[in-house]
Design a protein around this ligand. Sequence first.
Ligand SMILES: NC(=O)c1ccc[n+]([C@@H]2O[C@H](COP(=O)([O-])OP(=O)(O)OC[C@H]3O[C@@H](n4cnc5c(N)ncnc54)[C@H](O)[C@@H]3O)[C@@H](O)[C@H]2O)c1
Length: 397
Amino acid sequence: MTPEQIYFELIPAVRAMISGDYPNITNFTYKDSLNFFPESVNNHLEWKKNHEKIISFYIEETGDIAQILNEIRIFSQTLTVAQKSMPVWIYLKSYGLIHSLGLPDLSLKDDDGQVFGKTWDRLLGRLAFKVVMVTGGAQGFGAGIAASAFEQGAHVVIADMNREKGEELVEKYNAGNHPNKMIFVQADISNSESVKDLMLETVKTFGGLDILISNAGVLRAGGLDELSEADFDFVTKVNYKGFYLCTKYASKLMKAQNREQKIWFSDIIQVNSKSGLQGSNRNFAYAGSKFGGLGLVQSFALELVEDRIKVNAVCPGNFFDGPLWSDPENGLFVQYLRAGKVEGAKTLEDVRSFYESKVPMKRGVTVDDVMTAIYYAIEQKYETGQAIPVTGGQVMR
Ligand SMILES: NC(=O)c1ccc[n+]([C@@H]2O[C@H](COP(=O)([O-])OP(=O)(O)OC[C@H]3O[C@@H](n4cnc5c(N)ncnc54)[C@H](O)[C@@H]3O)[C@@H](O)[C@H]2O)c1
């Protein structure tokens, strides 16, 4: 087995097989990195006697991945849901150890330590223990989406080029006493090797992926006589090709999982834009990349529906409170004020009011508005290939 087979096919499949009510974190450790590794079935049985709190299994024939999966499938069918919440270790002779960590203790105990119930599902959050990846999650919409998913109980992967901001967020969210975890992976989503590494890191930490929020995006505005070809290529590469690359590798993990858990759905959600629904004057590179994104959404939705992967887009209007508009140095409000783009505007507030007045609901979009659409896309089970507008009525379809 190649490392690619281990991390893209085996581990996500095993994670799905040995998850009960909630997805488990599942890891793999190569034999060489372990202090102890049983060299035979008998050796494993000896070890098992002293490790009763761990459910374990030893596979001797490890030549063929399909055969390994088959053995683990049969073994997992013997486990009850309660056992699937416990640590499960699977030794693969010649390779290493697959270990599912089990779930944190969800029981409710009285002062004497007596169990009287289980933490209510709703207290665990809407995304309890799901693995959610947010590209471009270090700032702007992405940071808000990552925060909301984390608060709703998900394990979160922030994938961004900006290490400083990404690590800052991860430190902040992991500081509390949460049963879920956030990690940062530095990645350039327009580069296929980087995206592949991103997925590998995700599997190495969590064992799989349930929801991809493809949010990273860039904007270079300008008319036909101003915008350079290099800028056009840059926007296309991040916004259009980047979404293709993330979907290509994320869907491999999701397919491997969903083949084993016939009731699981996975979601790929692109953060598109109102500029993907309606042309944008002197902003064609961006609008073109976003229109193209919806072509990809619809096509991927058709291709992946058999694997129970829904693919949808949310199309927000302008996020005036985000850095793109409000950055004090380079934000669009400052740029438009300096360039005199809004007639009669003397202050940043004048520029903002001008743009807000174009929205029927008279305000810009917020992260909460976008999350309402994202949770709808995730929780419903009868739509795929859709572009959900979140524009305060600015774009009507
Ligand atoms: N800001 C708005 O008004 C608005 C409106 C509608 C849609 N959107 C869309 O929402 C998404 C997020 O926008 P935002 O305003 O929060 O942007 P932002 O510029 O504030 O943040 C984008 C993040 O993406 C990261 N990023 C950029 N290129 C990357 C790459 N190649 N690989 C990995 N990470 C990369 C950046 O480092 C940054 O952290 C974009 O897709 C954008 O098109 C934004």
